[in-house]
Design a protein around this ligand. Structure first.
Ligand code: FAD
Length: 694
């Protein structure tokens, strides 16, 4: 998906701004503020019934700049927070951050001339708005847009509106940054005046953060000029007030020790379960799928019976991770707060528009372990923001250099896969950074993000048990003292070890708190929710399907084949079911090798499996090669309106398969490549070609 990249939901839903950060990644997620509806109290989250009138809201809260975000995974939200914060600290704007979903836009024609609107917009999927921007986009793109004064587009109703725009996209997708491009076009059409260029960040090229940093300086210069602002010396002003509660004990009932919301705090988990309210699900079974010594791939069966959660084949499940104890300890130590990790803290926004990204009161330990993305890549902007709080002048100078020099930053941080605490520890030689305000930590880190997995079971076959197929992330870099360990997949690995009776389930000394807050995850449980997707089998099972899923990309196809095999077993006619799978070696990582044989018994010659092994022979064979080899049959099936599915690696494989398909069609049907490309596009538009990629 063309998404807002990487990652993680921002921390904060908001904040008056933030220094935060971020960078890479590619997971999608559900729109996201797990707390925006939460029942947690005292954290300043959105209240029902509040005004949807942004003009009024600005007036009432004495703001002259609103930064709207359309965010799917939190990156756009993070960037919005950063812009708001910077607009205030450097240029004296009175800024607020706003979720597009929470406002109406028909009164934009009354937006005061001396105020500024900023739009930070991620493009999602095939050029779509993010979930929280759908209404906004529908309004602006409507055939007959009317604003509150009844003026039509031709009358330039938005001529008072000054705006700034930045988009987050991925150039590997056809509709690159279409959200920001289209919104910019509509606003201009209605007479609004843009300040600065409409920026475009590219997650596909991995340059999102740098694109953002390069765009914003000239943008600010123009904003200053057009709005008569002057840059001032930026002084850090905290967004949150953190009060240590000496009179409270962490064990008291009202203290959040990692519970996601009030329901959970009160001990009874109650549905409906969704992106704001996870179900603590038992893991019914778990097993290792690889036979390689140094690589792991987990198959898990997650039991959702009694939760009222339902899924259909092709959906995604979200797993809510817990940070590894080893990194939580490092983080607390380097901030110099390890000794008071269990001190109760109350966190409050100092401005009414600032929302605290986790429920309060809580403890330092719980906030860091359960709510902040502490292991993620470091943002260069955040390095600069932290520099003044370094423990010594020398360390400060190095931070300034790293924050200010893109190449040096790459060499010292990105190329070594360091997380924030690892970087701070290396730079200060372990000396604690006691001057860093905890508010700044909350502002600068993104809120922890659930990770999505393509469900690898069929809802028809096992409606109450959701299977996942997850490869455990572990990346060593030659010039780094640390091995990067995926947060969620290693957490799941530890749970699997526990389930299999390992007395000390602890892969690589990561030391996860497996029993959860107040032991509520005891046994083998994990917090989850389900996300529905459009990646679906044809409703008519006699239609042929072709699936391309190397590695864990095979996950949803195990579900598809399982479903079709069950139908066949029940006596229903089922169409050709062709799967292209790829892995390194037959003996090592051939996922579900034995199961395919069982499905073959049910489906007979209607099931065809083509496997590419990249390291078994003298020549590397990938799924692309296998597709080419069977081009003729494949095209025949496509002409019979076979559905074509691709799952797995978005950056390379999915793109290559797309290009390859056009080549095959061109060759097989004797049409020019441009015509074949149009055919592929039309297949996508009609859902005959579907992708589930990350
Ligand atoms: P994380 O800790 O999130 O790290 C992930 C990656 O981020 C690392 O490998 C690295 O590249 C980068 N990274 C993290 N920290 C740093 C750092 N400090 N410095 C530099 N780089 C860093 N995965 C599956 O295995 N099976 C599936 O079926 C599956 N389905 C998916 C479906 C969807 C719709 C999506 C969006 C993703 C899917 N994924 C799937 C991927 C999955 O969601 C996770 O991204 C993956 O499991 C890694 O999660 P993690 O928490 O273990 O790793």
């Amino acid at each position: 998906a063309q998404l807002d990249t990487l990652d993680i939901v921002v921390l904060a839903a908001l904040l008056l701004g933030t220094v935060a950060y971020f960078t890479k990644g590619t997971y999608w997620a559900v729109h996201s503020d797990p707390y925006s509806n939460s029942l947690a109290q005292g954290n300043g989250t959105a209240k029902p019934g509040k005004s949807r009138n942004i003009v009024e809201k600005l007036e009432q809260s004495d703001k002259n700049c609103v930064v709207f975000y359309g965010s799917q995974t939190g990156t756009a939200e993070d960037y919005a927070s950063r812009l708001a914060k910077e607009g205030h600290s450097r240029f004296g704007l009175n800024t607020m951050v706003a979720d597009l979903e929470e406002y109406d836009f028909d009164n934009l024609d009354q937006f005061p001339e001396d105020k500024l609107a900023v739009f930070v917009l991620a493009t999602y999927g095939e050029g779509e708005p993010t979930d929280n921007a759908v209404e906004f986009y529908e309004f602006l793109s409507g055939d007959d847009v009317t604003f509150s004064e009844g003026t039509s587009a031709a009358e330039k109703p938005l001529s008072n509106l000054k705006y700034v725009a930045f988009g987050l996209g991925n150039n590997t997708y056809e509709h690159y940054n279409s959200m920001v491009r289209n919104v910019d076009k509509f606003l201009t059409k209605f007479g609004a005046r843009r300040l600065g260029a409409a920026g475009e960040g590219d997650d596909g090229a991995g340059t999102m953060e740098e694109d953002f940093l390069a765009w914003k300086e000239p943008m600010w210069a123009e904003v200053c000029e057009k709005m008569g602002l002057e840059e001032r010396e930026a002084v850090y002003e905290p967004v949150f007030e953190i009060t240590e509660k000496a009179d409270m004990d962490a064990e008291e009932d009202e203290v959040y020790l990692g519970e996601p919301n009030k329901n959970h705090l009160e001990g009874s988990q109650k549905g409906p379960f969704n992106a704001n309210n996870p179900f603590i699900a038992p893991i019914a079974e778990s097993k290792e799928l690889f036979t390689a010594k140094d690589r792991n791939c987990l198959h898990m069966e997650i039991d959702v019976s009694g939760s009222n959660l339902s899924y259909t084949t092709g959906d995604h499940i979200a797993i809510w991770p817990t940070n590894p104890g080893k990194e939580v300890d490092r983080f607390l130590s380097i901030l110099g707060i390890a000794s008071k990790r269990h001190t109760v803290i109350a966190v409050k926004g100092l401005d009414p528009t600032a929302k605290v990204p986790f429920p309060s009161p809580t403890t330092y330990d719980a906030a860091i372990r359960y709510h902040m993305e502490i292991c993620a890549p470091v943002s260069r902007q955040f390095v600069s923001t932290l520099a003044p709080f370094a423990p010594s002048e020398e360390v400060k100078a190095e931070m300034v250099k790293i924050g200010g020099d893109k190449d040096y930053f790459h060499e010292k941080v990105i190329d070594r896969n360091l997380n924030l605490a690892q970087l701070l520890e290396i730079l200060s030689n372990g000396e604690p950074w006691s001057k860093v305000p905890f508010s700044l930590v909350i502002e600068g880190l993104v809120k922890i993000q659930p990770r999505y997995y393509s469900i690898s079971s069929s809802s028809l076959v096992q409606k109450d048990k959701i299977s996942i197929t997850a490869v455990v992330e572990s990346i060593a870099k030659p010039n780094s003292p640390h091995v990067l360990k995926g947060v969620t997949t290693n957490y799941l690995l530890a749970l699997k070890q526990k389930q299999h009776g390992d007395p000390e389930p602890d892969p690589h000394g990561l030391n996860y708190a497996l029993t959860g807050p107040r032991n509520k995850y005891d046994g083998v449980h994990v917090p989850i929710h389900v996300r529905h997707s459009n990646f679906k089998l044809p409703s008519d099972p006699t239609k042929p399907i072709i699936m391309v899923g190397p590695g864990t990309g095979v996950a949803p196809f195990r579900a598809f084949v399982q479903e079709r095999a069950a139908l066949a077993r029940a006596g229903q006619p089922v169409g050709k079911t062709v799967l292209f799978f790829g892995c390194r070696r037959k003996e090592e990582d051939f996922l579900y090798e034995n199961e395919w044989q069982t499905y073959e018994k049910d489906l007979g010659e209607n099931f065809i499996l083509h496997v590419a092994f990249s390291r078994d022979g003298p020549k590397k064979v990938y799924v692309q090669h296998k597709i080419e080899e069977y081009a003729e049959e494949l095209d025949k099936l496509l002409q019979q309106k076979a559905y074509f599915y691709v799952c797995g690696d978005a950056a390379n494989m999915a793109r290559e398969v797309n290009a390859l398909l056009a080549q095959i069609i061109s060759k097989q049907r004797g049409v020019p490549e441009s015509k074949a490309e149009e055919i592929v596009k039309a297949m996508r538009a009609s859902n005959q070609y579907q992708e589930d990629v990350w």
